[in-house]
Write a protein that binds this ligand. Structure first.
Ligand code: SF4
Length: 395
């Protein structure tokens, strides 16, 4: 088999007041705005249309062929936090909200999954693995994380983790880095007060200070890089500069932090989507985020670059460019569907099911039910990322 090829993805367009930016899996292109030709959804300016046409002709909508197989393994579907908005909460028929079934990966099962991933990688025509350790909270199964890293070590190109950071002790961070983990993404839900109001442990313990401490130790005492993701809402955005100050005050080598923002869907936006107030919200939140990003950048942090729509997990034929695996060996199309029985698309023992139509969903497809709230959050994201690209690529 030849190298894995994903099917063409659509371009993503983000806009600042001066420019439209086309994000593709191969390149990021700036298109200067003509006066009065703001991009707004379907009415692209002629110059933007011309640039898109040129990029299509060059094949820029398709990701480059890759020999990299992207594997996400959930080492625990359980979590030591109970964030009310958790993407792994689901509603029962009685309308009760509960987590997806709780499972933890064992060391012997981690060895089986490692072998399956390496096998699948070869069948997909790839020769290296990009591994993501995922949860729930992956550090609820630290030995299984190490077993996966060790089991795939001879084929690992990259290894990352998404964690809430509460259990990232120096010993754990050191062991993970020694086994080949390169980076960990940690999330804040606002400043100390806002974060602790949402992200406390199941036992009710606050977590902000401890995560800042763990993050500082991981950066200063190991080679790990840390992705700092800040979940932003209308109500916590004023506290974002406080998080940046806490990082500056506590971390010595800020160049090993990469900052990014995630705009949380706000269901109250459903009511006022087309109002002037909603438009003002988009602008003022985008400007506040850019201010915070510039402060962080000037202090030495890196800034996460806006991404295209390309995804190696769910874009290709099942298991062709990547795989998402749960602790019981279940296979799923995306992070959002992982662990939900109705969306299981196979397992590592029997492979992928043949008829997958309704179950093969990307993370984006999974949330199509709430387009209005999603639309405003996407607008804020686009307005911020357009300004960020102007800032990063200004002459
Ligand atoms: S830390 Fe992450 S996985 Fe855990 S409850 Fe919160 S959102 Fe869910």
């Amino acid at each position: 088999m030849s190298a894995a090829t994903s099917p063409p993805q659509s371009f993503r367009i983000v806009s600042s007041p001066e420019n439209d930016w086309i994000l593709s899996p191969r390149a990021t292109i700036k298109v200067r705005r003509q006066p009065q030709s703001a991009h707004s959804g379907n009415d692209n300016s002629p110059s933007l249309e011309r640039a898109l046409e040129k990029m299509r002709a060059l094949g820029y909508q398709s990701p480059p062929d890759t020999k990299l197989f992207s594997a996400t393994v959930l080492t625990s579907t359980d979590c030591n936090f109970r964030c009310f908005y958790c993407f792994q909460n689901e509603k029962t028929e009685e309308d009760v909200v509960r987590r997806i079934p709780k499972m933890r990966l064992t060391v012997p099962q981690a060895s089986r999954i490692s072998l399956w991933v390496k096998n699948r990688m070869e069948k997909a025509g790839c020769d290296r693995i990009s591994l993501l350790l995922f949860g729930g909270e992956p550090l609820l199964s630290p030995h299984a994380c190490l077993a996966l890293l060790n089991g795939m070590q001879d084929k690992l190109e990259h290894a990352h983790m998404i964690s809430n950071g509460y259990m990232l002790t120096m010993e754990t961070a050191t062991a993970l880095a020694d086994a080949g983990l390169e980076s960990i993404q940690l999330t804040f839900d606002g400043n100390n007060r806002d974060h602790d109001a949402v992200r406390s442990t199941t036992g009710g313990q606050p977590s902000y200070r401890r995560i800042i401490r763990n993050l500082a130790t991981a950066v200063d005492d190991t080679p790990l890089r840390i992705g700092v993701r800040i979940n932003v809402t209308r109500s916590n955005i004023d506290g974002v500069p406080g998080i940046i100050s806490d990082l500056v005050d506590n971390v010595q080598d800020l160049s090993r932090l990469t900052l990014s923002f995630a705009i949380v869907r706000d269901y109250s936006w459903n009511r006022d989507l087309e109002t002037q107030q909603a438009k003002d919200t988009v602008d003022s939140m985008a400007c506040s985020l850019l201010d915070a990003a510039q402060t962080a950048h000037k202090a030495g942090m890196l800034l996460g670059k806006p991404a295209s729509n390309d995804c190696a997990f769910c874009a290709g034929t099942p298991g062709h460019t990547g795989a998402v695996v749960t602790p019981d060996g279940g296979l799923y199309s995306s992070w959002e569907t992982a662990g939900r029985a109705d969306y299981k698309v196979g397992d590592i023992y029997a492979g992928y099911q043949v008829d997958l139509e309704s179950k093969w969903l990307s993370c984006h497809d999974f949330y199509e039910d709430n387009q209005q709230a999603a639309t405003v959050s996407q607008k804020i994201r686009s307005a911020y990322e357009g300004r960020l690209l102007d800032y990063l690529y200004s002459p």
